[in-house]
Design a protein around this ligand. Structure first.
Ligand code: SF4
Length: 625
């Protein structure tokens, strides 16, 4: 446990929530007002951008005003580059965040400099020398430190030896931790953030594993960087943070949204709430042997059946069992529109792959590509009428039935009902896809155990992960389903998803959530990915407004990743993954990037969105909507 002011972190403390201001830290009044809004929303800590000496010194005034107004929430200074600034802040606030990627070492320059063993050792000595005075100040003032590693800003030295990998991130943190333990300083918290959920989850797991092996347990701060805003930001945050909370990792979280900081707090609360109260879940029988590598992504190998499993991207199933009939407008919600002039179907990028009406409903004219899943009894009556009808069996129907045909069929199953008889059937029948259900409070663990059992039995049967919710609120459904499904998809498990909700959420919203989860888990891309920073005191333009303009101009360029970063200090590193970058480089000035290369510098911001479009055009990635 680490004391941060009088709000302890880790140990038996509840999972703490935090956010970060996006005001100018020199503007005491505005910053204090925003801190109060964040605190009143329920934050346990507030972080402030502390980019320079003046900002660090002004933390005194901000803290004083907050305390005078009766707000005693611990404050955290966000420092990246300069040990001197961290030392000033450490004498004022309760915690200081430093980034090992650029705190002492020079940050990423892509110089590809070779580091000899001597150079490398010299780098470590330098860290020791520069970090120790900060630790001494922290000891004197009772200030904690977060060693906050970012995937996008590892140092040249680390990159030269480990590459831009989760292993490099962990190494970067451990180098700083070694200095802390050498100096007998233990008020340390860690984070391993990335905008890439896969990298982020692996890095956190690797770090925790590495610490366990050394007998160390320091608190962990979870976050997905540059998650964006709106539905996408919530889904991506839940995929990354939820997957780790499900592993039991995480003592404090920050959900970074490109929105007002106080809006992050309810989302964080819901995520934490979703994972609480599970410890008394019904027992899940352990599958001996670790068959899924938690540190390296590998998609589980499965037999392809129609367009499910094998090398196919995971499919999306829409549950229409509550619909009275399948209308044209419902089909259009599912991504299919019939063009009366051209006599053909227009199919969107986010077109559902399968629908489950349960029984055959009137008016069901659908394109051949769309699979229709019917309950076994209904399928028996109608299967001669169409080629794209597929049966869904219960376990007893499956065992009783003599249909072991060459045709795709679905079998509903949960972990407690698995038995050796089923394994024998599945060995013979290469055309079955399992629909995994769960009623366990810890459904992620139960569904993971079921798939592990299939792997243990060497059964490459594809699986569709089905989850049931009773949510009235879209955000609740997004956060729950993204956590549940993302956790398995990031482990390479799942050939499809099937989200069901009893409540007022529309079919289109459920489907769109499903595609969002697949994209955030990096297993199926159906839209542009906007990697936008949450903004902070360093931000040089109106991020919300600019993000909206860029979205409007580029929403149709499926598969592109566009970074929208408030400042050039951290932006280019944070959007390491992006194909194009729009980065604030001065007041009213934007610099445009293609991958990590600067293409146009300091363009007036009024022209910058058009210039970005021109750049995408010149680079051959543009097509008209
Ligand atoms: S990229 Fe710059 S402006 Fe955006 S949150 Fe990071 S430091 Fe702040």
């Amino acid at each position: 446990m680490v004391n941060i002011g009088d709000v302890p972190l880790g140990g038996t403390s509840p999972i703490r929530i935090q956010s970060m201001t996006n005001t100018n830290t020199l503007d005491t009044k505005t910053t204090v007002e925003q801190c109060i809004r964040i605190i009143n929303s329920g934050a346990d800590y507030v972080r402030l951008a502390t980019q320079g000496r003046k900002e660090a010194e002004n933390l005194v005034n901000i803290k004083k005003e907050l305390r005078e107004k009766g707000y005693h929430t611990p404050l955290i200074a966000d420092v990246h580059f300069n040990p001197d600034i961290a030392e000033i802040a450490a004498g004022i606030v309760e915690k200081v965040r430093i980034n090992p990627g650029n705190f002492v070492d020079r940050g990423k320059t892509l110089s590809e400099k070779e580091y000899s063993d001597d150079d490398y050792r010299a780098g470590l000595d330098k860290i020791h020398k520069r970090l120790t005075p900060l630790l001494n100040i922290c000891k004197d003032y009772g200030t904690a430190i977060r060693i906050g590693v970012n995937h996008g800003s590892l140092s040249d030295r680390i990159l030269s030896r480990y590459g831009n990998t989760p292993e490099g991130m962990v190494e970067s943190a451990m180098e700083f931790l070694n200095v802390c333990t050498d100096e007998n300083f233990h008020d340390v918290v860690f984070s391993m953030k990335s905008g890439n959920t896969l990298v982020m989850v692996q890095a956190y797991r690797l770090l925790v594993n590495r610490m366990f092996k050394k007998g160390l347990v320091y608190p962990i701060h979870l976050g997905v960087t540059e998650a964006g805003g709106g539905d996408d930001g919530r889904i991506k945050s839940a995929v990354g943070i939820g997957s780790l909370l499900a592993d039991g990792i995480g003592d404090t979280i920050r959900v970074s949204l490109t929105e007002k900081p106080e809006f992050e707090i309810p989302v964080a609360k819901k995520l934490i709430g979703y994972f609480s109260g599970r410890s008394d879940h019904p027992e899940i029988k352990e599958v001996p042997g670790i068959l899924i590598n938690p540190f390296r992504y590998q998609r589980r190998k499965t037999n392809p059946v129609r367009n499910i499993g094998g090398v196919n991207v995971p499919v999306v199933v829409a549950d229409l069992s509550e619909e009275k009939f399948i209308s044209g407008s419902l089909l259009s919600d599912l991504g299919y529109q019939y063009n009366l002039q051209e006599y053909n179907w227009k199919i969107s990028d986010q077109a559902t792959d399968y629908i489950y009406p349960g029984n055959l409903k009137s008016g069901l004219i659908v394109p051949g590509r769309l699979g229709i899943i019917l309950d076994f009894d209904a399928w028996r009556s109608y299967h001669n009428q169409k080629t794209n009808l597929f049966p869904l069996f219960s376990l007893s129907e499956y065992i009783r039935s003599d249909i072991r045909s060459e045709q795709l069929k679905f079998l509903k199953i949960d972990y407690p009902s698995l038995n050796s008889e089923i394994f024998d059937f599945l060995k013979m029948d290469k055309k079955t896809v399992l629909v995994l259900q769960t009623r366990n409070k810890n459904g992620i663990a139960e569904q993971r155990a079921l798939i592990s059992k299939l792997m243990d039995k060497n059964l490459p049967v594809p699986v569709i992960i089905q989850r049931d919710y009773t949510k009235n609120d879209l955000e609740d459904m997004q956060l729950s389903s993204a956590s549940d499904l993302g956790a398995l998809l990031l482990d390479g498990l799942g050939d499809g998803i099937w989200i069901r909700n009893k409540g007022p959420i529309t079919c289109r919203e459920i489907i769109s959530t499903g595609f969002g989860i697949l994209q955030a888990s990096r297993v199926r891309t159906t839209k542009v990915e906007y990697i936008s920073c949450p903004s902070c005191g360093r931000t040089l333009f109106d991020l919300l407004e600019t993000t909206a303009k860029i979205r409007e101009a580029t929403y149709h360029l499926k598969g592109l990743k566009i970074g929208i970063m408030g400042c050039i200090v951290n932006g280019p590193g944070e959007m390491a993954d992006a194909d194009y970058g729009y980065v604030g480089s001065g007041k009213g000035k934007i610099t445009l990037y293609r991958k990590q290369e600067i293409i146009k510098r300091n363009i007036p911001s009024k022209d910058a969105v058009n210039e970005l479009v021109n750049l995408i055009r010149e680079s051959g990635d543009w097509f008209d909507p």
